[in-house]
Design a protein around this ligand. Structure first.
Ligand SMILES: Nc1nc2c(c(=O)[nH]1)N[C@H]1C(S)=C(S)[C@@H](COP(=O)(O)OP(=O)(O)OC[C@H]3O[C@@H](n4cnc5c(=O)[nH]c(N)nc54)[C@H](O)[C@@H]3O)O[C@H]1N2
Ligand SMILES: Nc1nc2c(c(=O)[nH]1)N[C@H]1C(S)=C(S)[C@@H](COP(=O)(O)OP(=O)(O)OC[C@H]3O[C@@H](n4cnc5c(=O)[nH]c(N)nc54)[C@H](O)[C@@H]3O)O[C@H]1N2
Ligand code: SF4
Ligand SMILES: [Mo]
Length: 739
């Protein structure tokens, strides 16, 4: 095979300048760069390798990083344009303070810091330490995640720290911990390419993890059968062998019925079940009445298709099951995950070549950020903040008395409820835009306005930051060194390409300065990010997420190391469970009985249509970055309501008519996008926008009892035609996600 060209010049020479990967002309784009910095994309959990072109301390473009093993130079539309966030004119260059009647004004760092510290001290003295809460996010590196966990417990001394992974990976984490005692996808993607059968449930891979599609195509080339479970005929479903058009909320019914078919046909791995698992009998007892007629009724999927899916899965020798937020954003998110795991365990297809299972982690550091103490109930290494031994170990690493370490705090949405109750009076947030991303956001807005003091660390004035008293100008991904852990469990290195512009500061520097002013400078004395990582390694040692054997040098030399990696001579663990030693207390993988129960809000005569929400390829999360990048905005300028022609006809709705969508929480107008690729009883709205365009004005704040994830994927709505047609902007929109 011909060697791939590696430099831009070579690519242009070979393919011409118009081909993919030609250098992009941003600021200074036409000049020779001062340097190329190998790092990773700032967006999703794939963490594609990329090389940033730097000119005069600005990101001027990018080049592919062909050698990075996961993506081998491939990037998605966001990855290709992400460099444009850096020079954006909206970038915060100074700390700013809200001045009554005037909006925001730039202030000095000294003023911003003094004000912040005096308000923290005032609020904690008056209402107690836990009255000052912290919210954070996992676009941040492992080093920052670790430091934030320590900052909240040691500097702020509050129990109330939680993070935006609460809206993302926690149902998967809850299920994985129950079943395996450890929270990581079981394999590297390399195993996917050789699996005989692949189930993708509630994951719109082509739009949300585009570079992962390559591995699925490889599997298809190798003859794999692909089964897609989604209420929409998502791009991946269009080439699947089987698409199961599930009614939102029906997943545990589907997987339970499939388990029954496996049992009835004895498509089981008895040796594996007997030797390495527990709980099988209770689990199959729970599904014994779930026959195909019942399953069709509760999933909305024709029973023949359910049988076909179970047969494909049951008869295969190797398989891979992947899921994402489509099955996890539910008040039974953990149960949905467990019902998937039951299928994997029943067939014993885990811990062997080409056999795997996993959630596809969403955010850039969604994996690492959920291991190092960001969560309200967690300490580094995925330790439990309520476990006395775990507390003692971390207290020693931090050099504090265990008794001074706060206990378990409230989760993200519960913090909002506590603000309403008057129990939380002050908030510091970093890397989180809850006003766009939390459900029922009118309720969130009222909470932000009730706070006595709110300080936000961000690089842009997000919708949430507009409600802050002080916004500290923090850094972007490319402005601070560190590591992140990809959705595969591979720890990779983020390299600093430039320094923050103007008076903006690195997030790490801001947190250290706050800690110093809170009187604990000696606990936050890090000269480099590597110093923080080395402390994290020790803090994680012996925990289930053990990073002790990972060093910066090892990560660079190997282009990533998979945790667990307990010792310096350990090579890392791309495939879990080959030794069959699960991390549960009895060392076995646990089946968990799952009985189907409906969503927390089901349709009725007043609210007769199912509303579900999610993503489009060109926008990222709350859009703070991608809504500022012109080419990405052009692809999908504002949220559209995907609706089936049958349902549209019932309401007299035509393509691009403006529709009011109303739920028990709120109402908003969206242009209709009439498509045959969605169930006729369901509508879909992407959630990346704030204000009047926010889908989260409509969603419901009910939470999974274990993971506390909100039910973003199902609620009941009314559709009301407005008689108006959408603006030219949306009408000429070329990109149609559902077509
Ligand atoms: N372009 C883009 N990519 C992203 C992101 C982004 O914002 N934009 N965000 C990243 C992050 S943080 C995350 S968490 C991931 C999310 O990645 P995904 O989970 O793939 O994204 P979603 O669009 O939220 O939901 C996936 C699918 O679930 C389907 N669905 C809805 N309800 C149900 C249901 O009840 N059952 C089933 N089986 N399916 C259902 C929807 O139709 C949708 O196609 O994407 C990551 N990648
Ligand atoms: N209806 C509905 N709602 C959803 C979802 C859904 O499917 N449907 N999905 C949910 C999911 S899976 C997720 S992950 C959440 C995400 O929700 P959020 O976490 O609120 O979304 P982000 O856009 O990541 O917000 C991050 C903020 O941090 C800032 N930021 C980014 N990088 C950095 C950094 O390095 N340093 C600092 N200081 N700031 C930074 C950004 O500018 C932005 O303002 O949304 C959830 N909300
Ligand atoms: S797939 Fe994810 S990590 Fe890769 S370029 Fe796209 S957004 Fe970035
Ligand atoms: Mo997410």
């Amino acid at each position: 095979m011909a060697k791939l060209p590696v430099s831009v010049d070579q690519i242009i020479e070979k393919y011409g300048p118009h081909k993919a990967y030609a250098p992009k002309a941003g600021f200074y784009g036409s000049h020779e760069p001062d340097k190329l910095v190998k790092t990773h994309c700032c967006y999703c959990g794939m963490q594609c390798g990329i090389q940033l072109k730097v000119k005069d301390n600005k990101i001027a473009g990018f080049e592919p990083w062909m050698e990075f093993p996961f993506n081998e130079g491939r990037l998605c539309p966001k990855g290709v344009e992400r460099y444009l966030q850096n020079n954006h004119p909206d970038r915060l260059l100074d700390p700013i303070a809200r001045v009554e009647g005037k909006g925001f004004e730039p202030v000095t760092w000294d003023y911003a810091m003094n004000k912040t510290i005096s308000e923290i001290e005032r609020i904690q003295a008056k209402y107690g330490r836990d009255a000052f809460a912290m919210l954070s996010g996992v676009s941040l590196t492992n080093e920052k995640s670790y430091m934030i966990g320590k900052f909240a417990r040691v500097a702020l001394k509050t129990a109330n720290l939680d993070y935006n992974g609460r809206l993302c990976m926690v149902s998967a984490g809850g299920g994985n911990k129950k079943a395996f005692g450890l929270d990581r996808s079981s394999n590297s993607w390399a195993d996917l390419a050789h699996a005989e059968v692949i189930i993708v449930a509630g994951a719109n891979i082509s739009e949300t993890f585009p570079t992962l599609t390559h591995y699925i195509w490889q599997a298809r080339d190798n003859g794999a059968k692909l089964i897609v479970v989604d209420p929409r005929v998502i791009p991946l479903a269009r080439t699947a062998d089987l698409h199961l058009p599930i009614r939102p909320g029906g997943d545990s019914a589907l997987f339970a019925a499939m388990l029954k078919i496996l049992v009835d046909n004895d498509w089981l791995d008895h040796d594996f079940i007997e030797s390495y698992t527990s709980g099988f009998q209770e689990t199959i007892d729970a599904v014994k009445d779930y026959d195909l007629d019942w399953a069709e009724e509760h999933t909305g999927i024709p029973k023949q298709k359910i049988l076909e899916a179970a047969t494909l899965w049951g008869k295969a020798k190797t398989s891979f099951l992947l899921h994402a937020r489509g099955i996890e954003h539910h008040t039974k998110g953990v149960e949905n995950v467990l019902s998937c795991i039951n299928l994997v365990l029943a067939t014993g297809r885990i811990g062997k070549p080409y056999c795997g299972y996993g959630t596809i982690t969403g955010q850039g550091n969604g994996q690492g950020g959920r291991e190092h103490g960001h969560k309200c109930d967690q300490l580094p290494g995925n330790r439990d903040i309520t476990n006395p031994e775990h507390r003692q170990y971390i207290a020693e690493v931090w050099g504090i008395d265990e008794k001074d370490m706060p206990g378990k705090g409230l989760t993200a949405y519960e913090q909002i409820e506590a603000i309403h109750r008057g129990e939380i009076k002050g908030l510091i947030s970093i890397c989180f835009n809850p006003l766009v991303s939390l459900p029922n956001n009118n309720f969130v807005r009222e909470a932000l306005e009730k706070l006595e003091f709110y300080i936000c660390i961000d690089s842009f004035l997000s919708e949430t930051a507009r409600h802050a008293d002080i916004v500290l100008a923090g850094s972007l991904h490319e402005e601070e060194e560190g590591t992140v852990t990809t959705a595969e469990g591979r720890v990779v290195k983020i390299n600093e390409a430039i320094t923050p512009p103007g008076n903006a500061r690195r997030d790490g520097q801001i947190l250290m300065e706050l800690a110093k002013r809170l009187g604990v400078e000696n606990k936050f004395n890090y000269a480099t990010s590597e110093d923080i990582f080395n402390e994290l390694r020790v803090a994680s040692k012996g925990g289930t997420a053990d990073y002790f054997g990972i060093t910066y040098q090892k990560v660079v030399d190997n282009m990533g190391i998979f945790w667990p990696c307990p010792s310096l001579d350990h090579p890392g663990t791309p495939r879990l469970w080959e030794d069959r030693k699960f991390k549960t207390p009895d060392g076995k993988a646990h089946f968990n009985p799952v009985r189907y129960r409906p969503a927390s809000e089901v349709t009725d005569k007043d609210y007769p249509v199912v509303l579900t929400t999610g993503r489009v390829v060109s926008q990222y999360l709350s859009g703070t970055s991608t809504r500022r990048i012109g080419k990405l905005v052009d692809q999908y300028p504002e949220p559209l309501l995907e609706i089936h022609p049958k349902l549209a006809f019932q309401y007299g709705i035509k393509d691009r008519d403006l529709i009011t969508v109303k739920t028990r929480r709120g109402e908003a107008e969206f242009p209709a996008q009439v498509v045959e690729t969605i169930r006729a009883d369901t509508v879909f709205i992407p959630y990346h926008w704030g204000g009047v365009h926010a889908a989260n004005q409509l969603t419901i704040g009910n939470l999974d009892p274990i993971s506390k994830i909100p039910e973003f994927k199902v609620c009941a709505c009314q559709l009301i035609p407005t008689g108006k047609v959408a603006s030219a902007l949306t009408t000429k929109n070329a990109y149609q996600s559902g077509v």
